[in-house]
Design a protein around this ligand. Structure first.
Ligand code: DGY
Length: 330
């Protein structure tokens, strides 16, 4: 596409995205947009062809932006904008080497993710999915004093692994349930955030030992990869509940399966897994004490639109050489 005889920068959008994002890109009139117009991911071979010679890439967490893709795109690529807060799918070293700038979407999804984490926690701790299944399938005999009992939040200790904006927002929502103590672990104490929710910094071992509910909200990095493993689970209370809304790869799923199957811990709620989607014949699906959601923590209409819009504005700012609203420091 040309405007007043000038070639516009080429942008590739890897998926059908919420309308606010597309509107911003189109109305800017300052890029030539090509899009994979589908709800399903663009096949890798197609993506490798489509990125050749582009200046801007608007992608999702499902696309691996690695050396192979960056080589295919070539030196014209100036901006990668991901419609996600997590950016573990981007090879930052390779991106940095090439002087490419990166946009991401923090903050706009904090509330939605915190809300879903609370929902998943309650669904798991109060055994909601199991209970609905029983009611539907005739397992509801009569009111029984010992049946379908879970654990309550009142008086509990909540452990947060990864104290960031999302961890803080979750704690705010949980406090009114009568939680008595918040503890957290991170690579270093985060005093400013932790103060807001009166959370105490503890070692990972103490987090495992003391938490009635252990919530994982950390980013996936080489340090957090597989951090929730046999050692962590074996130090948790047998009544403890484990919740993960960050990335599946922070958990060693085999170890989690063993911990749940042997009742070493009481239950787990997962919004993220490896791989995604988790195959329907995966052993974790056989467990009644494991609630699995299909990575929907940020899935509200408003939030997804806000993410799409922020990613579009990041991309446009990057193409113009201006400061991005939210840029990953490289
Ligand atoms: C993200 O943005 O990284 C979430 O996992 C999906 O919203």
């Amino acid at each position: 596409m040309k405007a007043s005889g000038k070639h516009l920068p080429k942008v590739y959008v890897t998926r059908r995205i919420p309308p606010d994002g597309m509107k911003i890109l189109r109305q800017s009139g300052c890029c030539d947009i090509e899009q994979w117009d589908s709800d399903d991911p663009v096949p890798r071979s197609e993506l490798l062809k489509k990125v050749v010679g582009i200046q801007g890439l608007y992608c999702l967490l499902t696309e691996k932006i690695d050396k192979e893709l960056l080589d295919a795109a070539g030196p014209s690529l100036k901006v990668v904008s991901t419609m996600s807060v997590g950016y573990d799918h981007l090879s930052l070293d390779e991106i940095k080497k090439r002087g490419i700038r990166v946009g991401f979407t923090p903050d706009v999804l904090t509330e939605a993710v915190a809300e879903l984490t609370v929902a998943l926690l309650l669904a798991t701790s109060r055994r909601l999915i199991e209970a609905v299944d029983e009611a539907r399938s005739g397992g509801w005999g009569t009111w029984k004093p010992l049946w379908m009992c879970g654990s309550g939040l009142s008086g509990s200790t909540i452990g947060i692994l990864g104290m960031g904006r999302i961890g803080e927002a979750i704690a705010h929502r949980l406090k009114p349930f009568g939680v008595s103590k918040f503890i957290y672990n991170d690579i270093a104490p985060r005093h400013e955030l932790a103060q807001k929710i009166s959370a105490e910094y503890v070692s990972l071992l103490e987090l495992a030992k003391q938490s009635d509910f252990l919530l994982v909200c950390c980013a996936l990095t080489p340090e957090t990869h597989g951090i929730c493993n046999k050692q962590l689970f074996s130090n948790m209370k047998s009544s403890a509940i484990f919740i993960n809304t960050s990335r599946g790869a922070v958990v060693n799923q085999e170890d989690l399966y063993q911990a749940l199957a042997s009742n070493q811990i009481a239950a787990a709620g997962l919004d993220v897994t490896v791989p995604e989607p988790l195959p329907t014949d995966h052993p974790l699906f056989t467990l009644k004490n494991c609630v699995i959601l299909p990575h929907i923590a940020s899935a509200t209409v408003e939030t997804r639109n806000a993410m799409a819009a922020l990613a579009a504005n990041n991309l446009l700012a990057g193409l113009k050489g201006e400061p991005m609203p939210k840029e990953v420091p490289l």
